[in-house]
Design a protein around this ligand. Structure first.
Ligand SMILES: Cc1cc2nc3c(=O)[nH]c(=O)nc-3n(C[C@H](O)[C@H](O)[C@H](O)COP(=O)(O)OP(=O)(O)OC[C@H]3O[C@@H](n4cnc5c(N)ncnc54)[C@H](O)[C@@H]3O)c2cc1C
Length: 390
């Protein structure tokens, strides 16, 4: 089967790229190992994605945002970072920006459903589900993509978006910088008596990180990160025990709390690929940069990658340049690395600093928060870069 463009992996990154290229004449195939229902009716996975204003604009530009009902979005007015039991916190408030919020939270399955709604009727895109890629062999004229069931696809440019544990990246012998934090993140929702005032809070306690993400006035998404062994103990606690624990950890700031629905747990492993492209193949999404969710950048960065790549491809088409040529792919690598590497390194440092029990790191992080809060240029830079314009 011959295509101009093949995307491997129908996750949010791969599918969004296909939406972005809908208005080109490219014949696009998406190859995905899972069944169609996983994408047309994605299940709740507990993740609430904090989208920046830039990401919302990207989703609007690609025709995806119109499928996200406003009822499913929750504004964040302020973000607070708290260290240990200290009552002082680092605050990022929308009042210090030109916006009336810092961004908004949208459940992951709602975003995925919206992407699928936009993609399913696109004339130039064909999705092949229940199709697992086994290997890729490329040369100057294109790539041969071999499926496990022996089908073969031919493509002028192949986008590899098969997730952070990308087997294809490994098979191609591409090294990736990986950090296993040996921690797990458990997400679930809780009702609470008191208002959360649309404030997102991240509490760095000395043996756990606890985030509270405002969904409704009296409903929040709770994210608990613990060492793997402690995480298992936490998962075995009864609902009552968890309610009491979170009330205590939050010092009753939200009043009486009760867990609703299921808990979802994710291992914390970050990845940064050493090479963003090889002959006629390019890496996108978590397969290129798999972030620690502590700073809520993963999907936002993926969207930046999509935006940069589609721009390079469209420019190549306009200028009648081969879109799979090394120069085009190199430009994507250069631009995306510039955006993603500082955020990746900073996030990993924060994740390590705030999970360490060593006394010296406790002092370091308390000082860091104090300095960042006092010095408005630092705060404004973080705000501008991470929350408003990222
Ligand atoms: C708890 C948690 C909270 C998060 N919160 C945020 C947040 O607040 N803000 C934010 O921006 N991001 C957040 N993220 C990150 C975000 O969810 C991910 O970055 C994003 O979902 C990754 O999308 P992707 O398409 O790159 O990869 P994936 O979703 O992993 O998709 C990869 C696809 O490739 C397919 N595939 C794999 N191998 C093959 C093969 N050989 N052949 C065919 N198909 C294959 C898979 O089946 C899958 O469908 C969070 C993540 C977690 C875990």
């Amino acid at each position: 089967m011959n295509f101009d463009f093949v995307i491997i992996g129908a996750g949010p990154s791969g599918l969004t790229l296909a939406c972005a290229l809908a208005n080109t004449k490219l014949k696009i195939a998406i190859i995905e190992k899972n069944i169609t229902k996983n994408f047309s009716k994605p299940k709740i996975d507990g993740r609430d994605i904090a989208l920046t204003h830039r990401s919302i604009k990207i989703l609007k530009d690609y025709g995806i945002w119109k499928f996200i009902n406003k009822r499913n979005t929750s504004q964040i007015k302020e973000a607070r970072v708290l260290d240990g039991d200290s009552s002082k916190y680092l605050s990022f408030d929308h009042k210090n920006t030109i916006r009336d919020n810092l961004g908004c939270l949208v459940p992951n399955q709602i975003i995925r459903k919206a992407i699928y709604k936009e993609i399913k009727d696109l004339k130039n895109v064909k999705i092949f589900t229940k199709s697992e890629v086994a290997k890729i062999i490329s040369n100057q004229s294109g790539s041969k993509i071999y499926l496990k069931d022996k089908r073969i696809f031919f493509s002028k440019l192949t986008v590899i978006a098969d997730g952070r544990l990308s087997k294809i990246r490994e098979k191609m012998g591409i090294y990736a910088n990986k950090t296993n934090f040996k921690t797990s993140m458990t997400v679930f929702r809780m009702k609470h008596k008191l208002d959360n005032y649309k404030i997102a809070s991240e509490y760095f306690h000395y043996n756990q990180t606890l985030a509270v993400l405002p969904i409704k006035k009296n409903l929040s998404s709770i994210v608990v990160t613990l060492e793997n062994a402690k995480s298992k103990t936490f998962l075995n606690m009864s609902k009552n025990e968890i309610n009491k624990k979170i009330e205590q950890d939050l010092k009753n700031k939200l009043g009486k709390m009760s867990i609703v629905g299921k808990k979802y747990t994710y291992p914390m492993l970050t990845v940064y690929t050493n090479e963003f492209y090889r002959e006629r193949c390019v890496f996108l999404g978590d397969a290129a940069v798999g972030m620690h969710p502590i700073t809520a950048h993963g999907f936002n960065l993926n969207l930046r990658g999509v935006s940069i790549l589609q721009n390079e491809i469209k420019n190549a088409i306009i200028n009648k340049i081969d879109m799979g040529s090394a120069n085009v792919l190199k430009n994507y690598e250069k631009k995306f690395k510039k955006v993603s590497l500082p955020i990746y390194l900073a996030t990993n440092t924060i994740a390590s600093l705030y999970t360490s029990q060593k006394p010296i790191t406790k002092i370091a992080r308390r000082s860091l928060l104090y300095i960042a809060n006092k010095m408005s240029p630092i705060k404004n830079a973080i705000m501008d870069r991470l929350l408003v314009n990222n």
